[in-house]
Structures are given as C-alpha cells and as structure tokens.
Design a binder for this molecule. Structure first.
Ligand code: ADP
Length: 263
C-alpha cells in the first residue's frame, strides 16, 4: 500500500530529519508511529501522501510514486489526513457543509455527495448535529467533523497526526474508538502519537527516535524494548497489561477507561 525505501529528508534550512527510513504499510493494517516531540513523526507521515518528497529514496502509494507530479492528485485522494488542531481544519459553517466540502470539490453527483456526507457523519457518531454551527461545537465534536470530512473523500488509507492531543480524556477515547472502528471496517490506518497508551491497539508500532526507526513490532514487544533501554513505560500501562493478562480487563477496552473505572 505505502512503501518508503531508503528515505532521508533534509529541510531547506539544512536540518536533516529523516535518516534512511524503510517502511512497508500493508493494506488493512493499523500502524502506530510513536515518538517524542521532534522525533520526525510529522515529517515522516507527510511523505506518505506526497506533502513532502524525499531528499533521498522513494515513496510509493498503491504503486504510485509521490515524486511524480502526474500521480499526486490520485495519491492525495487515496491517503486522507487528519491533523492535530480541530479548529484549523474547519472549512464550512455547519457540520454538514464542512463534511460536504471535499466531495463537492470532486464535482460528484449531488446524490453521491449526500450519501457520502450522511455515511461519514454516521461513522463518527454525529447524527443529529448536521445543521449545527461549527463555532458551537466542542473540540472533540470538531475533530469528529474533521474525520468525517476526510472520510467523505473515500480514501483507502487514513493518517491521523496527534489527533487527540488537544482533546479532553472523554473525547480522546471516543476518537480512538472511531479510529479503531474505521480500521475494523477495512480502512488502512496510520496513527501518530507520543502517548504510549494510544499505541496499544495497533497491529504494529514503529518507534521513531531522532529521525530513525528505533524499534518496529507488536506493541508489547516495542514497549518491552523501550523498558529494556532504560526508558520508563508509564506505570498505569504496566498495570493495564497485568490486568489484561489476569483477565480482569478485556484487551478490547481502552485501558485508561478501564483503569479510571477502578479509581
Ligand atoms: P514530531 O512530529 O515527531 O514532533 P517533526 O517532524 O514535526 O517531529 O519535527 C522533526 C524535526 O524537524 C524537529 O527538530 C523540527 O524542529 C524540525 N522541523 C520541522 N519542520 C521544519 C521545517 N519546516 N524546517 C526545518 N526544520 C523543521
């Protein structure tokens, strides 16, 4: 689906941020890119839809080269991106207008636009709020609107860049739940975060440090490596693992929710 081969990236000011990255993202997978602020996560995922082009190496999306100017429009439609700040992504006055903006620009038939908007709004659980003005929505509702707007473009791959970092804990678990449901319904997901607990549901975690891949594997294996390297896995996460292993919380429940119930 997405393949990065030998990718390095140097910003115009000479700042070398990615160093020989090799990644293959498979169709239908859920990959989390985990790393501290400044480790290069945003720079990396901006290569996955051609927003940035590698200084060295090749990036392909469904066989299309992101360096090719003829493929870039198709690539942008194949890979949808949701960003951190829900306010900066709003383009319409109401939820419905906002979600319809993308498909309207694709010059689709009106009926097709209606179907896409209705389905996208339902997929993020905003039914009933179609006519609401965005200015009266909470951060979480705005972020759901942004996700619906991207879904209405019918991308095969969804990239989420720190989408919960400006949200309260309730909205955060709701957004994570939506992302998981979308993956279960077949979307390929790349989820960027610096929160280890948000990496739990991925099939695979790629740990980025100073622009290089430090670890790549199943979440628990990556956490074990983090632990072995002397960096602390948060105690609540350790506790969640133990409770999961003891069968006291379902592996399917977001551990933060399960733990807060036990407080
Ligand atoms: P993350 O998403 O993990 O926080 P970024 O990809 O945003 O990391 O940034 C990685 C590094 O690249 C940081 O040192 C940052 O300062 C630098 N950087 C980001 N954008 C630019 C830019 N436009 N020009 C120069 N350096 C940049």
């Amino acid at each position: 689906m997405i393949e990065l081969k030998g990718v390095s990236y140097i910003y115009p000011n000479g700042n070398k941020v990615l160093e020989e990255i090799d990644i293959r993202i498979e169709k239908g997978s859920f990959t989390t890119i985990l790393g501290d602020n400044g480790s290069g996560k945003s720079t990396l995922i901006r290569h996955m839809n051609g927003l940035l082009k590698p200084s060295v190496g090749v990036v392909s999306v469904c066989g299309m080269d992101t360096a090719s100017s003829t493929d870039i429009w198709e690539i942008r439609q194949t890979v949808g991106m949701v960003f951190q700040d829900p306010h900066s992504q709003a383009v319409g006055a109401t939820v419905e207008e906002d979600v319809a903006f993308g498909p309207e620009n694709l010059a689709l038939e009106n009926d097709e636009i209606r179907i896409r908007v209705t389905n996208a709004i339902a997929n993020v659980g905003l039914e009933g709020l179609e006519g609401y003005l965005l200015m009266y929505l909470s951060g979480g509702q705005l972020q759901k609107t942004a996700i619906a707007g991207v879904l209405a473009m019918a991308p095969e791959i969804l990239i989420f860049d720190e989408v919960t970092s400006m949200l309260d804990s309730d909205s955060r678990s709701q957004i994570i739940d939506i992302v998981r449901q979308l993956n279960k319904r077949g979307k390929t997901v790349v989820y960027v975060t610096h929160h280890m607990e948000e990496a739990l549901f991925a099939d695979r975690v790629i740990l980025l440090e100073n622009g290089s891949i430090e670890s790549d594997g199943a979440p628990r294996d990556v956490f074990r490596e983090i632990d072995a390297s002397g960096r602390k896995v948060p105690p609540h996460l350790e506790l969640a693992f133990r409770l999961q292993d003891a069968g006291m919380i379902s592996p399917d429940v977001f551990p933060m929710d399960a733990l807060s119930l036990k407080e």
